[in-house]
Design a protein around this ligand. Structure first.
Ligand code: ZN
Length: 285
């Protein structure tokens, strides 16, 4: 099934731009927000296949992030060999993990204000956790996943490298820098969970294209490694890393500019779109 965040309420998606309100269809048993759906994920997943409701339409702009208020957000760097190679960095022995602060979250179709600096794109498969996961083996990892969605780990490169050692989280957390969507797609909807094409284009020109099977730490291993250390909670979000083709490694380097349109897709999950506007006066950090 596909679940959308339509103006802050969970909907079951029945077709292109249409679906029904889960809170109403369940007479208040599930909802009113998305977070409550993940808190009760096993019960919800059992109820949803037979659910029925009054189908209504919505616009792409109505869609918020599939998990809008996770307790934890994980993001993984250098998780594709070709991206590590383009960055001339060695392959990590453990997932290189940072966070994106939740105020940077946005829905599928938004305008993003560009801060000063070098703003770059990173298309990523995003995982939403459906069950508390503590010391979970890779073989059991997918049972702890609610679903998958498309994400962008938008990144301002100057802030990333301004200190004596790189720090990722702040430069990747300006407002709108963590768009996800359009929907949460449950694993049963996908024929080959571990091998999905993903990519993005800038103003219609393809800049990234790869397959999730090329991840160094695939989703099941990421959940195993992260849950050895932390406890993954329902609704938690994991950005799983980006393949080659980011702007900083183009020749010459290329960064997002006002008026640019960035479209990102993943096979079976749909696409998201951001347009970029100029920084407002006085917005320098
Ligand atoms: Zn990233």
């Amino acid at each position: 099934m596909r679940i959308g965040n339509v103006q802050g309420r969970p909907w079951l998606i029945t077709g292109d731009g249409e679906g029904f309100d889960i809170g109403k269809a369940s007479s208040g048993r599930f909802g009113p927000g998305l977070a409550e759906i993940y808190e009760n994920w096993p019960e919800f997943a059992a109820w949803a296949p037979s659910a029925d409701g009054e189908v209504k339409t919505f616009l792409p702009e109505d869609l918020g992030p599939p998990s809008p208020e996770p307790r934890q957000v994980f993001a993984v760097g250098l998780n594709y060999r070709d991206h590590a190679e383009e960055a001339e960095l060695s392959i990590p022995a453990e997932p290189l993990t940072f966070t994106k602060y939740v105020t940077s979250f946005a829905g599928a179709c938004v305008e993003v204000e560009l801060p000063p600096g070098k703003v770059d794109w990173e298309v990523e498969l995003v995982v939403v956790v459906g069950r508390t996961a503590r010391r979970v083996a890779a073989a059991d990892a997918w049972e702890h996943v609610a679903g998958l969605t498309v994400g962008q780990d938008i990144s301002e490169r100057d802030l990333q490298l301004i200190g004596p050692v790189p720090q990722f989280s702040l430069g990747k957390s300006f407002p709108g820098f963590s768009p996800t969507g359009p929907y949460l797609v449950t694993p049963d909807e996908l024929d080959n969970l571990a091998d999905l094409e993903l990519g993005c284009s800038l103003n219609g020109q393809e800049v990234q294209r790869a397959r999730t099977s090329l991840m160094l730490f695939p989703v099941d291993i990421l959940i195993e490694r992260l849950s050895r250390i932390t406890t993954l909670m329902p609704g938690d979000v994991i950005f799983t890393g980006t393949p080659a083709g980011v702007g900083v490694h183009h020749t010459p380097p290329r960064f997002l500019a006002p008026g640019d349109e960035l479209v990102s897709y993943i096979e079976g999950l749909g696409h998201i779109k951001q347009t970029f506007t100029a920084a407002k006066e006085g917005s320098a950090p």
